[in-house]
Design a protein around this ligand. Sequence first.
Ligand SMILES: [Zn+2]
Length: 338
Amino acid sequence: MDNMKAAIYNGNSLKIENIKKPMLKDSQVLVKVKSVGICGTDIAINNGHLKTPTPIILGHEFSGEITEVGSNIDPTIIGKRVTSEINSNIDFSCYFCKRGLFSQCESRKALGIDINGALAEYIALDDYLIHDIPDNLTYEEATFIEPLAAAYQVFEMMPKESNDKILTIFGLGRLGLLITQVAKQLGFQLICVDKSEKKLALAQKFGANFMINSENENEVVQEIRDLTDGLGSDIVLDTTGNPDALNEIIKSCRTRGKIHIKSTHGLNVPINLTDIVVRELKIFTSRCGPFEKSIQGLYTGKIQVNDLISRQYELNEIYAAFKSYENKDIIKTLINIS
Ligand SMILES: [Zn+2]
């Protein structure tokens, strides 16, 4: 069959449509999608906060099986279980590519954001994007490889220094809970902030030292200062993408400390720059990360992801799957495609 089902965002709403299967270029592989994680970015696009070309197939955290290959690709890889990086259409020739910074390539198009993504039965992928999934990982677990790489990237961009002892994480979605686990292995003392008791309990299971429920606690900043001899946290990291949280994050950070921002979801954020300047805070950001490290973290069992899977749906239940995130206890919702 040359047709496939896909979840298409048309600029207003998300609909399942029957469309043509993608055509393969010579250096591409066709992947039959098995499982897709819904990300905050997908939600932000569907809410109209993050603008993309439309119509577009969303989805960029996924796993699947290679079913066809282009003429330049060794056909013996058909049948392999793979996941994919997000940054497609790399030119390998621009300023950034020449320095190995492919995720900043000037020609790059992000799957499911700039060009069609994986919430479909099939996706065509440039061959350099794919990574084998180790045999001991399920397709569902493998959907965490992309976000876990982003969790490792936090510490690629902001390597731990001798004064970096206390890390505070605002927001315990799947990214916050992955960063919690990576940070624990790096030896941080961890303060975790979220509205969900369920997520805070998981952070504790993953080794967080102090949990603050921001729904019950009005004085989150004061609480963090109380836990840090009145100084504030050495590093404060935001995964919430919530503009209101960012000024609290600045206030929670120790003078000469570090702020790390993971999510913006296309929102404009007014922040207190004076406080950042006067107290000489450093601002870090990070995006996509090293897949090899991420795959290794999952393969060796150092990073646990099964507790992070909150709900699983089929492709034609896409609306319910997106809606599930309105529940503050939902960490990760997967779409499984059979
Ligand atoms: Zn480039």
